[in-house]
Design a protein around this ligand. Structure first.
Ligand code: ATP
Ligand code: MG
Length: 423
């Protein structure tokens, strides 16, 4: 039996890959405008990094990691997300000591989670994410959110919903945490095993439970917004004020909590409201994580970022019927007839490519008609025809495949004359 692709992964073939390239280029261009620089970290890290950085009560750590032992007996894990490694690198490379603060970084690459594959959920998927480290200015929270929104808009998405919340500082969180424990404790036996564990470790995560989200206690759970102290409340007000000033629409949802343990203050998600997008509507998740750098062994440094996957972005584009794929065309196709002409086309092709043209030729010794067909399939603007006669008289016929107009150019000066002709 033929070997098949692993479950939850996909091949991205020519025809589809152009969409990916467009998304990647757009993301990079927006990062350039916003002054976020690329960081590349390893695909695998020490398992310990994610236990500490993502949090051992999260679904990611408990159920989804690809963890293996290498030949030296070390426990390694394929990265399930990007933030932990970026923060590790920030601390390890002492980026907090550099002149340019805050440090603004982006990453783009594959992540791995052992999940049940379904639409919008893969075992290998590509995340684009940014992290801004070293600033506690609410304007940077607003900037991070606006960068994500700008990417989606640049790619033609219109049916977006931005949801924000504040998880407050640690004082607010502790007060809220106690209120949650008091709320759920009396009836915790009606909840799933995961939630029972979460009650002591991280009761906030009960609100994020996918099994028990319809339980009546969920609806009456104490809202974090009522437990924000004055500083946290003012911080959140500023973020909202800046978003409004930038004309970015949002709704506040006090039940929005992010799956990861290290979040505080601003949390946000961007959803698709496109019909037919499917059950999983979250495109992007992010927020502030002021405790994480310290957790990774660096100095106390505030941070905020988001992560989104290209897979879900593409699903949203498909659901909204966005088609940004530009027409594919090449500059010219060499139609060569006979061995001598085929020999000559080797040099001609290289000269054309060196001059910057996208150029192709026939490699299957096809007949003239089939060569023209191949040129058409590639969307060539010009066909360059060389045969015995042309070689003898030192010219090549150049046919504009759109107008049908034909001209003769001298082979000795071909690239120059072709440049003028094709302008
Ligand atoms: P979900 O609730 O959908 O499982 P999550 O909380 O696990 O999301 P994050 O860890 O915040 O997601 O990842 C950020 C973004 O990465 C998500 O908003 C989503 O767009 C994308 N993402 C997460 N897991 C997958 C996956 N298995 N396949 C494709 N995209 C994913
Ligand atoms: Mg998940």
């Amino acid at each position: 039996m033929a070997i098949q692709i692993p479950r939850g992964t996909q091949d991205i073939l020519p025809g589809e890959v152009e969409k990916w390239q467009l998304i990647e280029e757009t993301a990079k261009e927006i990062c350039r405008k916003y002054q976020y620089q690329e960081i590349r970290t390893p695909i695998f890290e020490q398992t310990e990094l994610f236990l500490r950085g993502v949090g051992d009560t999260t679904d990611i750590v408990q159920k989804e990691m690809y963890t293996f032992e290498d030949r030296g007996g070390r426990s390694l894990t394929l990265r399930p997300e990007g933030t932990a490694a970026v923060v590790r690198s920030f601390a390890e490379n002492k980026m907090y000591g550099g002149a340019n603060q805050p440090v603004k970084l982006y990453y783009l690459g594959p992540m791995f989670r052992y999940e049940r594959p379904q639409a919008g959920r893969y075992r290998q998927f590509v995340q684009f994410g940014i992290e801004a480290l070293g600033s506690m200015d609410p304007a940077i929270d607003a900037e991070v959110i606006s960068l994500a929104m700008e990417l989606y808009k640049a790619l033609g998405l219109k049916k977006l919903r931005l949801v924000i919340n504040s998880l407050g500082d640690s004082e607010s969180r502790t007060a809220h945490r106690n209120a949650l424990i008091n709320h759920f404790q009396p009836r915790i036996d009606e909840f799933c095993g995961d939630c029972q564990n979460r009650l002591e470790k991280n009761p906030l995560r009960i609100l994020d439970c996918k099994k028990d989200h319809n339980h009546e206690l969920m609806k009456t759970a104490p809202s974090i917004l009522e437990y924000l102290n004055e500083d946290s409340r003012l911080y959140f007000e500023k973020v909202k004020q800046y978003l409004s000033a930038m004309e970015i629409d949002y709704v506040v949802d006090s039940t929005l909590v992010r799956g990861l343990d290290y979040y505080n203050h601003t949390a946000f998600e961007i959803m698709s409201e496109a019909e037919g997008f499917g059950a999983i509507t979250t495109l992007c998740g992010g927020g502030r994580y002021n405790g994480l750098v310290r957790e990774m062994g660096g100095p106390d440094t505030p941070g905020i970022g988001f992560a989104l996957s290209v897979e879900r972005l593409i699903s949203a584009m498909d659901a909204e019927g966005v088609d940004l794929q530009s027409e594919k065309k090449i500059d010219c196709f060499i139609v060569a007839l006979g061995e001598e002409a085929r020999d000559h086309s080797v040099i001609l092709l290289q000269n054309l490519r060196h001059a910057g043209f996208s150029a192709e030729r026939d490699y299957l010794e096809r007949k003239i008609k089939a060569q023209f067909k191949a040129a058409e399939r590639l969307g060539a603007n010009f066909a360059i025809i060389i045969g015995e006669d042309e070689l003898k008289s030192g010219v090549a016929a150049v046919k504009n495949l759109e107008t049908g107009e034909q001209k003769e150019l001298t082979l000795n000066n071909f690239v120059k004359e072709f440049s003028m002709l094709s302008q």
